[in-house]
Design a protein around this ligand. Structure first.
Ligand code: SF4
Length: 690
């Protein structure tokens, strides 16, 4: 048990959240008078709705347009409520970068707001902790072990890296991987990170364990900032129950906590990924080779496993190779992702070798006294069991509520993964979030469809939740111009190449006609690469830097370059439609090359569509279209990031005019007026601000 703040007991302490929040956010309130920050009525409205949901421990789904200042609107009431009641407030954001933004930008403002008036001064003392996944922390015990056992575990290059990590660990305060630059070699970090099968707090000094120190900080924190991936990983690992809550106790991650999810439009997707099965040939290989690596002869069985251990691992490795090859041949030969529709006839070749290894590991552990080595052997035995169980579940399609599939991945497309995911994530979310008896606030700039949050509420299993919407305070009519190319051929199979050529022509023209930076959004890498190849010479000639997603730099690095270059052209797919925040002229134009319809051929989408059809519904209207509309709104939302921003949205998909659903996309635009372009009139009509 983590033992967070003591529960509030039968007599709940008085909560001031609904009284204080309006005083802070109202016109002339502490935020405006005390700090000189703008009064935003939309922010005040959202903060009051959040305060009321927290006070009543009710779910709330709240859409807040760009520029509302939603972080403060949930952080301020969240902190007041946590300080008043002694219950931890969990804030979850989409990425680690957004966690850092909350910690470094928003929380200092909260302290200043609270300090601005005597009646709120005590809240400025709140304590906050940012928690990231366990595998991001260095394990000092494993590091010491690795340094001592270097001959059996590492090559020379790896040992040099290990020493670099050891030197850094001496000075590091938090022991978090991303503090170490350049980043550590993954294969070495994996051997010394805290997410080990042998992690046992019983045998380690809590004062030198970075992870335990991070967990200890939770006990005294009123605010805990996590990311969605970690949140759902912790929930899948038991959530509040794993932290000591009784079967009937309320709470999501910790007993009697409450939760606020930002960027909540991503929740269905992230939750779907975490409430399922995932087992890769690479992961099985690494698990087995951490016991015994036939090439290097290193591994944890080297000391006690003897020849029997080595032989068993080698047998399991061989079986694993054959098993995953059989999955690949039977399912993945013609395509990289394939659904498993009926129980597989692939033989369960790993069953027996894994059982034998598990038995050996338990036998070896039985001979040892309590201690780290024994724990490690037992944890590896459990890992063998869990691989066995996952394979068996996958082969037999054990859960009717899940969809199962195989996929090929990795840089060289040689890794085979067995996957499973819930077809409907709503019951899981009801069980783990909205039905936990505590306030769960979901917020984002894009939850609603045509002003209605009900479809999102239904999708996440929160049909009865309170809802609210406030629009962006930005003056889009002044700040945004919208252009729609009317003469791009529709992306039908017959016209696909021609359509792409015309898109490339438009991208080239619009980018060169606009002096600031342009973000060009695609729906496939193939299109992205084809258009990049076509227009690269023209951009080079004009001295315009071209940044391309998927070519060496990370998303964070590409965004940083775009911000600093000022006139760059960034080509992005999927993840660039959301979350990119580049204010000013460095992003003066967003070009949407095609409407973001996800192809309905992924097994999860396919199974969801089948379920809708079985219920008499229409999958395009109920699934594909709503998702595309949300993504389109996200893409358009990249443009205007501050009150003073101005810019251009250029739309190159003629389905906006030709199809009946096109109107729904155009209605999503915050600036409803648009100008039609053709290749004949665009020189006169296309007028970017820069
Ligand atoms: S508690 Fe776990 S992470 Fe911490 S030092 Fe021990 S083994 Fe490592």
């Amino acid at each position: 048990m983590i033992g967070l703040n003591e529960p509030s007991g039968p007599e709940a302490p008085p909560s001031h959240v609904t009284a204080l929040t309006p005083q802070i956010f109202r016109e002339g309130g502490f935020l405006q008078e005390g700090l000189g920050l703008d009064h935003r009525p939309e922010q005040a409205q959202m903060a009051s709705a959040v305060a009321a949901a927290l006070e009543d421990d009710e779910p709330l789904l709240f859409e807040a347009g760009t520029g509302v200042g939603k972080s403060l609107a949930y952080l301020v009431p969240g902190i007041i409520r946590a300080m008043d009641t002694g219950r931890p407030c969990i804030v979850s954001t989409h990425t680690i970068a957004l966690q850092e933004q909350v910690e470094q930008k928003d929380l200092p403002i909260c302290r200043r707001i609270f300090s601005a008036h005597p009646s709120t001064a005590r809240y400025a003392e709140f304590k906050a902790t940012v928690l990231i996944g366990k595998s991001n922390y260095l394990c000092t015990t494993r590091l010491a072990h690795a340094l001592a056992e270097k001959a059996s575990l590492f090559s020379d290059v790896e040992f040099a890296e290990l020493q670099r990590i050891a030197e850094w660990a001496e000075k590091s305060e938090q022991g978090i991987r991303h503090e170490l630059q350049p980043p550590p070699l993954p294969e070495v970090w994996e051997m010394v990170c805290a997410d080990s099968s042998g992690c046992s707090r019983r045998n380690c000094d809590p004062n030198s364990c970075f992870y335990q120190k991070a967990r200890a900080r939770l006990r005294t924190s009123q605010l805990i900032v996590v990311n969605h991936a970690l949140l759902f990983a912790l929930i899948a690992a038991g959530g509040a129950r794993a932290e000591g809550a009784g079967p009937d106790a309320r709470g999501v991650l910790f007993p009697d906590d409450f939760l606020i999810l930002d960027e909540a439009h991503t929740v269905p997707e992230v939750a779907t990924q975490h409430f399922g099965l995932s087992l890769s040939s690479y992961g099985v290989d690494r698990s087995l080779k951490s016991l015994h690596n036939p090439r290097t002869k290193r591994g944890i069985l080297r000391k006690r496993g003897g020849l029997t251990g080595a032989a068993l691992v080698e047998r399991a490795l061989e079986a694993s190779g054959k098993f995953f090859a059989a999955v690949e041949v039977s399912l993945l030969a013609p395509r990289p992702v394939a659904r498993l529709r009926e129980a597989s006839e692939v033989e369960a070749l790993l069953e027996q070798p894994l059982a034998a290894l598990q038995k050996l590991l338990v036998q070896l552990s039985d001979k040892l006294e309590d201690g780290r080595e024994r724990d490690e052997l037992l944890e590896h035995a459990a890992r063998m069991k869990s691989i066995q169980v996952s394979i068996s579940e996958w082969l037999t399609l054990a859960d009717q509520g899940q969809v199962y599939w195989a996929e090929r991945g990795g840089k060289r497309q040689t890794i085979v993964s067995l996957r499973g995911a819930p077809i409907d994530v709503a019951p899981e979310l009801r069980r783990h979030l909205f039905g936990r008896g505590v306030a769960v606030v979901c917020t984002s700039a894009t939850l609603a469809l045509a002003g209605d949050i009900a479809p999102f509420a239904h999708r996440v299993g929160a049909d009865d939740a309170r809802t609210g919407i406030v629009l962006s305070p930005f003056d889009y009519e002044r700040a945004m111009r919208v252009y729609l190319a009317a003469d791009v051929p529709l992306p039908s199979a017959a016209e696909a190449r021609l359509s792409l050529d015309v898109i490339a022509d438009y991208v080239s023209f619009c980018v060169l006609a606009c002096g600031g930076g342009s973000l060009v959004l695609f729906t496939s890498y193939a299109d992205l690469r084809a258009v990049a190849a076509t227009i690269q010479p023209a951009l080079a000639k004009a001295g315009r830097p071209l940044l391309i997603q998927g070519e060496s730099h990370s998303r964070t690095e590409l965004t940083r370059q775009m911000r600093s270059l000022g006139n760059a052209v960034l080509f992005g797919t999927d993840s660039f439609w959301t979350g990119v925040d580049i204010p000013g002229t460095a992003l003066a134009q967003v070009i949407i090359t095609r409407l973001p319809f996800d192809p309905p051929d992924h097994p999860v989408a396919e199974a969801q569509a089948e379920r809708i059809r079985e219920a008499g519904g229409n999958p395009f209207n109920e699934l594909t279209l709503p998702e595309a509309l949300i993504k389109f709104r996200q893409g358009v939302g990249r443009l205007i990031r501050s009150q003073s921003d101005r810019g251009v949205i250029t739309l190159l998909d003629a389905r906006l005019l030709a199809k009946s659903y096109g109107r729904l996309f155009l209605d999503c635009l915050p600036q409803k007026e648009f100008t039609r372009l053709t290749r004949d009139n665009r020189r006169e009509r296309f007028l970017p601000f820069l």
